[in-house]
Design a protein around this ligand. Structure first.
Ligand SMILES: *[C@@H]1O[C@H](CO)[C@@H](O)[C@H](O)[C@H]1NC(C)=O
Ligand SMILES: *[C@@H]1O[C@H](CO)[C@@H](O)[C@H](O)[C@H]1NC(C)=O
Ligand SMILES: *[C@@H]1O[C@H](CO)[C@@H](O)[C@H](O)[C@H]1NC(C)=O
Ligand SMILES: *[C@@H]1O[C@H](CO)[C@@H](O)[C@H](O)[C@H]1NC(C)=O
Length: 504
């Protein structure tokens, strides 16, 4: 299933300069031209012909090939099991509620009680990964204090739905404003989570967007919020077929928004959410009113040279690259602050982009293994200095109730392996693929740059990919999980961005 048909680059004919040595006839002709004044007219005609051919070629290239090069095709796909059935797909939108049986919970508790722990190395804190002494504390809380029933009530406070798209049951919550002033329309915003996150990451930001008035925020822009689960994450069905990558998911979410009746909407995301929303803005630019990101994947052939130059000279000549003090602080010294950090923290990605099924097997059988694997990310990606805290700093920014709710959203549907497969499908194919990455994003874009993001992307890099950046703000605090960790400042950033887009 080619889900992103791509104009074959092989068909782009490059016009090489004509090498006269390889065309003796032409050469002779030209020499003859010079000698014989009588043939001057035919000579001029020939030059004219060549010139015309070149111009026509250039125009053809400009209007046909170049255009194709600059947009990403929507494509189509079907990811259900077996053969695609004939007939129309059932497009109904069904209400859904998260429910858990006692068997599921008993099974979970039994497995937790069977856990074997390895003692941490002396003084290692979180530098070897999740400290098992602290892990025992988390697990004891999970087993004795955490009330899944209470969390279920919180989860189900917003309306959940499922609908079939491209053969998959796609789960989402759709939250409408409760206090919409008469005559006002809410602005639809699609918010997409990442790994190892879930739609639940948005629960604290939703009230700021749907009911800003009650939270001392400007009521100029009131939103209705749609948070889907990426297929294979949480309660969205996983693809049965290979190849369900970020473009396919972007298209599925585009179809979801159309099905909900939104011809135009805002899109927001960090982590995979930022990549999916970026791809959505590429395949359906006229549907995305504005794209707001709290992580910018800085890469691609057009970014590489400016990136390299600014890494080499940015510390000494920040003005040359429009670097602010904050950019310099976050980027330099590059090797220790950025490069080694990325190497240290990205092993999981290599694993998941190559052998997700092997790596995920244990995690899908051990709830404690799963919790350690996921929560370590919530520690280090929130603040890399948390590695040096004995408890990974986890509870400084999050409650164990919130963190364990995310774990339950992976554990109960058994979705860790399919969530990891998304790396295999996407890394190297769209992400890291120079042909795809050369494609610019033209919809108005807003960037909230959190100081503890894994890799800081200054405006100078971002604008080589995102051509219409209307707002770029260095956030005062926060890391990779912006909506989960700092919902209020992220909500304010989204609101000021939307105000700018609407004024345009
Ligand atoms: C692991 O965490 C516990 C509890 O936070 C702490 O007391 C202990 O010192 C840590 N162990 C190591 C090896 O860092
Ligand atoms: C967990 O529950 C036990 C009793 O069931 C209680 O003693 C303890 O303080 C609780 N711990 C937390 C962190 O709430
Ligand atoms: C409400 O917001 C205004 C301005 O944003 C601020 O000055 C004021 O202190 C806030 N009030 C409360 C109760 O937070
Ligand atoms: C999707 O977006 C990401 C992030 O900008 C980019 O790296 C990737 O190349 C895009 N995929 C395609 C197929 O363009």
């Amino acid at each position: 299933m080619p889900n992103a048909p791509w104009p074959d680059q092989g068909t782009l004919v490059k016009r090489k300069p004509i090498d006269l040595r390889r065309h003796p006839c032409l050469l002779n002709h030209l020499q003859a031209c010079r000698k014989r004044a009588t043939s001057q007219r035919s000579c001029v005609t020939m030059y004219l012909e060549i010139a015309l051919t070149l111009v026509a070629g250039a125009l053809l290239y400009h209007f046909f090939f170049r255009k194709k090069e600059e947009s990403l095709l929507m494509g189509d796909g079907w990811w259900g099991p077996g053969q695609r059935p004939g007939g129309e797909e059932d497009e109904s939108i069904r209400p859904f509620k998260i429910e858990t049986t006692d068997e599921e919970l008993n099974d979970l508790y039994q497995r937790i009680d069977q856990t074997r722990y390895t003692e941490p190395l002396e003084g290692s804190r979180f530098n070897y990964g999740f400290n098992t002494t602290y892990l025992r504390k988390v697990v004891s809380y999970w087993r004795n204090n955490f009330s899944w029933k209470k969390q279920l009530d919180i989860l189900n406070q917003y309306p959940h739905f499922k609908t079939k798209i491209e053969g998959l049951d796609v789960h989402f919550i759709h939250v409408k404003p409760t206090n919409l002033p008469a005559g006002r329309r809410a602005k639809p915003i699609l918010m997409v989570h990442g790994w190892p996150g879930a739609f639940y990451e948005f629960y604290k930001i939703i009230p700021f967007l749907t009911d800003p008035g009650s939270h001392n925020l400007s009521e100029e822009h009131i939103f209705e919020v749609i948070c889907p689960s990426i297929p294979g994450y949480g309660f969205s069905e996983a693809s049965h077929k290979q190849g369900c990558d970020s473009i396919a998911v972007a298209r599925i979410f585009y179809k979801l928004m159309q099905r909900l009746g939104f011809r135009q909407f805002y899109a927001q995301g960090g982590d995979w959410g930022s990549i999916i929303c970026t791809n959505l803005s590429q395949i359906a630019p006229s549907s995305v009113k504005g794209l707001h990101l709290n992580m910018v994947p800085a890469s691609g052939p057009k970014t590489q040279t400016p990136m390299l130059l600014s890494i080499l000279f940015g510390q000494r000549f920040p003005g040359l690259f429009g670097f602010q003090e904050e950019d310099v602080k976050r980027l330099f010294p590059f090797l220790s602050k950025v490069f080694y950090h990325i190497v240290k923290e990205s092993g999981y990605m290599h694993l998941q982009a190559t052998k997700p099924d092997t790596a995920g097997c244990g995690l899908n059988n051990s709830p404690v293994g799963l919790a350690a694997y996921i929560l370590e990310k919530f520690s280090t990606w929130t603040d890399k200095d948390f590695r040096d805290h004995e408890d990974g700093g986890l509870e400084r920014k999050f409650s164990l109730d919130d963190l364990l709710t995310i774990i339950m959203i992976y554990w109960l549907p058994g979705s860790i392996v399919s969530s990891m497969r998304f790396y295999k499908e996407t890394v190297g194919k769209g992400l890291g693929n120079s042909k795809h990455e050369a494609l610019p994003v033209k919809v108005p874009t807003g960037i909230a740059s959190f100081p503890n993001e894994l890799m800081h992307c200054p405006l100078y890099w971002a604008k080589h990919k995102y051509h219409d950046i209307v707002s770029f703000n260095h956030m005062p605090r926060g890391g990779h999980f912006g909506a989960f960790e700092e919902p209020l400042i992220l909500a304010k950033d989204i609101q000021q961005f939307v105000a700018k887009v609407e004024q345009k």
